[in-house]
Design a protein around this ligand. Sequence first.
Ligand SMILES: [Fe+2]
Length: 295
Amino acid sequence: MGTPNRIENLMTDKGSVPVYTTAVVEQPWDSYTEQDHATWRTLFQRQRELLVGRACDEFLASQDAMGMTEAAIPKFAELNERLQAATGWTLVGVEGLLPELTFFEHLANRRFPVTWWIRRPEQLDYLSEPDLFHDLFGHVPLLMNPVFADYMEAYGKGGVKAHAIGPDALAQLTRLYWYTVEFGLIDTKDGLRIYGSGIVSSKGESIHCLDSAACNRIGFDLERVMRTRYRIDTFQKTYFVIDSFQQLFDATGPDFSPIYARLAQQPSLPAGDVQAGDRVFQKGTGEGWLNDGDV
Ligand SMILES: [Fe+2]
């Protein structure tokens, strides 16, 4: 069997365009080069050092408990032994970005798709699509947490339903994923901490989200989040703060159909808005914000 494909965004005259794939592949561990392992090592060391006192304890402890270390790119099969024992989730290798429904169906069945390939050395600080470092370092550790693991399954099931309802429902549900799974903060007895994968896998955003005066930090409210547009090209203008993973799971327990119906009557909100009724941890100065480009 040959090495799986490396499916990356295509650069066109309209910018970077995502390319989708659906295959589940065996992780071609023997095909990783010394440079691939060195990239993992560099990113792992850098982020772990930065995330002490920034990421929530559950994230760091889970990463250790899985046996994820800087030594080399981990083998999915070895991580799976511990993950399956802890919460029944399984990592599956993929070649790149998945279509929404395929992605939701994996989550609904407690399978997390992990891109098998890692970024190139010149992409250490940014690349536009998920790679092995983002998926494995960023997303996988919290799947060891029983409550978060259940939230992710519920999200997948909600995604399958939203996909059948239509594009507006899907956009609203995607905002929930964005502002929790990718860019979520959590309030702890020691202060605000990071749990979102998009943050923990980014050096710049790991600092920005907690230290910057520019951004809003606002208490999590399900419908507020589902109305709020977001940034894909810059740091977030707003981060939403949960009190606990239980709060997140409980909020997503009820059927979303009445919520979609209600939200259909309301306009979406700009990414940087602060609304009356928001529980405000910080109102951002807005410094450096671009006026357009919220998605
Ligand atoms: Fe992600």
